[in-house]
Design a protein around this ligand. Sequence first.
Ligand code: GLP
Length: 249
Amino acid sequence: MTVRREFCLRVEILRDPDAVADRAVEIIRETIALPAPVLGVATGHTPLPIYERLRELAATGLSFSHLRSFALDEYCGLGPEDAPSYHAFLQQELFGPVGLGPDQWHAPDGLAEPDAEAHRYETAIRDAGGIDLQILGIGRNGHIGFNEPGSAFDSLTRRVTLSEDTKKANKRDFPPGQPVPHEALTMGIGTILRARKLLMVITGETKISALSGAIMGPITPDIPATALRLHPDATILADEAAAVGLPRI
Ligand code: GLP
């Protein structure tokens, strides 16, 4: 029998997405202040206000010159030139504007042979000394990165098949006529749990059930985000809209 230790997950409910982003940036700045920080970053719409603030900080003098960064995931079959790729998203929203050079940040290569690339990426994270702080969003079905329901909690970076639900939700990021890829490369849940700190951001009423599923009820691979409760230093920042119906202390 596997014995899992459940830790106390910190959950902060804040007024709105701006307040969530402000608080997230406070936490991220603690990591950026480390001598050789490694930051894991997520895509999706939820972290966008965070990246906007980091761009503003870079424009007003905060240095990112010593930062190294790893993206959580990427679609198979998409390269940096493809607008809906996560590579392009992160280059445009964060890495380019804050001045991170190509040797400072990494994303899985969606055009490479997926299994070899997954192994290479996992090794690159380990060789960098691991991730100090991993930023996470959450899918409406509770996925983290592209770890869909049913993903093992000890899974490493690998090729995954996207659920119909996820493809439907992410279709908005693709131009009409371009299908959402069926497969992706994602850091595994085990990879994510190895980060020294986890910071998940959850905003908006479409995430009400994802948030309650993540923090209430059993810890189960059926809701990948429940894995955060197995991490000794994990925080969820949620806004009031996502937290409707949660019991308050
Ligand atoms: C994608 C990403 C996830 C992200 C999720 C939610 O599926 N792979 O990392 O958390 O979308 O995105 P949003 O914040 O846009 O709801």
